[in-house]
Design a protein around this ligand. Structure first.
Ligand SMILES: Cc1cc2nc3c(=O)[nH]c(=O)nc-3n(C[C@H](O)[C@H](O)[C@H](O)COP(=O)(O)OP(=O)(O)OC[C@H]3O[C@@H](n4cnc5c(N)ncnc54)[C@H](O)[C@@H]3O)c2cc1C
Length: 395
């Protein structure tokens, strides 16, 4: 797939691979076992410029494109999904970048780009996941402030974040149910903001996940992102972008599992032959490799469209996430199968991958929601795309 990449992109990919291969093995197992966020590793990644790479230069980032960033995501997830999850996102910052005021961008983006602050995005609620129009968290205007009340569920970085991007209902009786939602920035330490870390996750255990509660949390009106009532549309545009990242997470994880399985099959002896010399094994490996390549191509296409037009294509993005996540499940399953009983033991990277891979068909749109978006795009029922990004400077 190298022919699709510029020399600069190849160098970014190489640097990310080198960093992940050198640093991740020191943390991966312990952070998974202890469900621990590796702040030390986060700091190292920030120093090397891997955090907030896509934040524009005028706000302290490197102003890199979607594909540039996704290549790092792929390389990080290839080595470890939990650590990749942590380091390859300042999840939520995209909302400020896409829809924030100049003042918000100047205040919030530079510390995020430097890795000094951590962000999170609070959409999901106990009764509102796939159906985010069912959000009940309320934001009520009171003078020049908004008062926020509600509970958010499964929030990545929720118990360690400095900035909370929050989707809340500003109009309780809108003409249509997806109207009347708005997005706010809430800073850590604001009275009434509480987070409870959720433990014992199946996978990506190094990544922090929390329930976040807002009890009469007051924010100044200048913390509203974009226009009041525009929250649902903003969330959809946000997911159109971040789903591309997830497609690359899946490609990276599948690639990592494939490489482990290949190495294992080359060395494992059964029936006085190497495992790799059996036709059934070779078929498995051939299918895995082909499917990963196809998923990668689709993911690159989704990223390139976003970079070239400044506007991610919702149907294409959903296809990339749906397909790559599906392939990752299959590849990891088959890779673990090749390990036999050893793949069933918890101390093997492949068994960690087996747990990690499940998240890819759940967050940022479940498999079923991606299929629904694809179907809508086929039927022409996806709202028109907005130009929300700057085109990549080199395209
Ligand atoms: C580790 C982790 C991290 C997360 N991080 C974040 C985060 O940072 N911020 C955030 O806001 N959320 C986050 N989430 C939440 C995640 O996005 C939701 O769990 C997801 O959107 C699904 O919502 P739900 O869990 O409420 O399931 P539901 O929406 O209740 O879905 C249950 C099942 O019904 C299916 N379903 C739903 N609607 C349809 C339909 N129309 N047709 C057919 N099937 C349907 C779903 O596909 C699923 O299989 C995270 C979740 C996890 C597990």
């Amino acid at each position: 797939m190298d022919f699709l990449l510029t020399e600069e992109q190849k160098a970014i990919k190489e640097a990310a691979r080198e960093f992940a291969e050198k640093e991740f093995p020191k943390y991966a197992e312990e952070c998974d076992r202890e469900e621990k966020f590796p702040f030390e590793l986060w700091k190292k990644a920030a120093e090397l410029g891997f955090i907030g790479m896509y934040i524009p230069e005028e706000y302290g980032g490197q102003g890199l494109g979607i594909l540039d960033f996704c290549l790092v995501v792929e390389e990080f997830w290839r080595v470890d999904a939990g650590l990749g999850m942590i380091l390859s996102t300042t999840f939520g910052s995209e909302m400020i970048m896409l829809f924030g005021t100049e003042k918000q961008k100047k205040k919030y983006l530079p510390p995020l780009a430097r890795g000094e602050k951590i962000c999170c995005a609070c959409f999901t609620e106990p009764q509102a996941g796939s159906d985010i129009a069912a959000v009940r968290t309320r934001a009520v205007k009171d003078g020049d402030e908004y008062v926020i009340n509600g509970t958010k569920m499964f929030i990545t970085n929720g118990s360690i974040a400095d900035y909370y991007i929050v989707l809340a209902r500003t109009n309780p009786n809108p003409p249509k149910r997806h109207e009347g939602l708005s997005v706010f920035i809430v800073e850590k330490g604001t009275p009434g903001l509480e987070a409870r870390k959720l433990t014992n996750k199946l996978g990506i255990r190094a990544s922090d996940t929390a329930e976040v509660v807002f009890k009469d949390v007051r924010v100044p009106e200048e913390n509203l992102i974009g226009k009041e009532g525009d929250g649902f549309r903003q969330a959809m545009e946000f997911f159109n972008l971040t789903r591309i990242h997830v497609a690359f997470q899946a490609v990276g994880l599948a690639q990592g599992a494939f490489e482990l399985a290949l190495e294992y099959a080359k060395n494992r002896e059964v029936f006085e032959k190497k495992l790799v010399d059996f036709q059934m094994t070779r078929e498995k490996l051939a299918k895995m490799r082909t499917e990963i390549e196809a998923a990668r191509l689709l993911a690159i296409q989704a990223a390139l469209v976003a970079d070239k037009t400044g506007s991610p294509d919702p149907g294409l993005t959903a296809m990339a996430k749906y397909y790559a996540a599906k392939i990752a499940q299959r590849v990891v399953y088959e890779a673990q199968q090749l390990y036999g009983g050893y793949g069933f033991m918890g101390d093997q990277a492949i068994s960690r991958m087996y747990r990690d891979v499940r998240i890819l068909e759940i967050y940022e749109g479940t498999r079923e929601i991606e299929l629904e978006v694809i179907a809508r795009s086929i039927l022409g029922r996806v709202p028109s795309r907005l130009k929300i990004l700057r085109r990549h400077p080199l395209m």
